[in-house]
Design a protein around this ligand. Structure first.
Ligand code: FES
Length: 319
């Protein structure tokens, strides 16, 4: 289950630093000048990068610095426009933000082995984790995968500062991460990974055949949705009022709740951010999000209403 703050605040872009040809870092401070909330490694924030365009970005700056948050954003010309809007933000721009929120927590343990895997701009999510691991004296290593070394943010700095702990897998140079070998060697100590879906899927697949292997991942792109378990309409009961909302097959639970006038919060609306997480009181859920772990899905204590559906005729939600 995610740890989150839905407090909305205004942030001002106070600095803008190109890190590579495609990645820009933005430093953001509270517009009212007050200290920003504390956050933990793996946390992200929702930023409204243009009117009505909200995106989630991992915090990747200094954990102790409450005067600014830092995010780094990959420019994706073929994307849905959020990254282009973010790249166009100038110093002095004020934007709305929500969070921080974390679905991807990591607690360093001195002396314990831990492995971080980053694919491309996924490095932003693991950067604060490896700083914490290094500070705590954990036995950590980073595997940083990218298409081309010159386009991998912070790669030279990381390699220079941490030496042999940092393994760079540069596809253009023919170096690809052997996921199975890594999971066999380091999986039982825990692997924290953020990057493209094929990399994360490969880690999960490899972990399935290594007893005791643990893989924790952060998705920023939605999973491909399989056919729903329950294909017909179903009902959602709002526990506080006893009202019942019917959810038709082509409508999400979130959309049905919104049409009914229920109070809801949402951000990505594609199952990746955790904002719409809602407590489930009764009924089996067809979990289709990228936030909950397999064991959380099995516990069935909450659901992401933007993509997950009922696996039975009626759900009762804590709304
Ligand atoms: S709104 Fe992001 S997971 Fe539902």
């Amino acid at each position: 289950m995610s740890f989150f703050s839905d407090v909305e605040r205004e942030l001002t872009v106070i600095d803008r630093t190109p890190l590579t040809a495609d990645v820009v870092a933005l430093d953001l401070a509270a517009t009212n000048g007050r200290p920003l909330p504390v956050w933990t490694p793996g946390a992200h924030v929702d930023l409204e990068v243009a009117p009505g365009v909200e995106r989630q970005y991992s915090l990747c700056g200094d954990l102790a610095d409450r005067t600014r948050w830092r995010v780094a954003i990959l420019r994706e010309p073929a994307g849905r426009g959020g990254s282009l809007a973010a790249h166009a933000l100038a110093v002095g721009t004020v934007l709305r933000a929500r969070g921080p929120r974390s679905n991807f927590a990591y607690e360093p343990r001195p002396g314990s082995p831990v492995t971080f895997v980053a694919g491309g701009v996924g490095i932003t999510a693991v950067l604060p984790m490896l700083s914490s691991a290094a500070e705590a004296g954990a036995d950590w290593e980073l595997h940083y995968c990218g298409r081309e070394r010159t386009r991998m943010a912070w790669v030279e700095d990381l390699a220079a500062r941490h030496g042999a702990r940092v393994h760079v897998h540069d596809s253009a140079a023919g170096d690809r991460l052997d996921v199975s070998a890594l999971v066999r060697r380091r999986g039982t100590g825990g692997i924290w990974a953020c990057g493209p879906a094929p990399l994360l899927d490969a880690l999960h697949e490899a972990a399935a055949s290594v007893p005791g292997a643990q893989v924790h991942v952060e998705h920023f792109t939605p999973q491909e949705l399989s056919a729903p378990v329950w294909e017909g309409p179903f009902e959602v009961e709002l526990a506080a009022s006893g009202e019942v909302v019917v959810v038709p097959p082509q409508t999400s639970v979130l959309e049905a709740l919104e049409s009914h006038g229920a109070i809801t919060v949402s951000s990505c609306r594609e199952g990746t951010c955790g904002t719409c997480e809602t407590v489930v009181l009764e009924g089996d859920v067809d979990h289709r999000d990228s936030v909950l772990t397999q064991s959380e899905r099995e516990e069935n204590l909450s659901m992401m209403t933007c993509v997950s559906r009922a696996a039975c005729p009626r759900l009762v939600l804590d709304l």
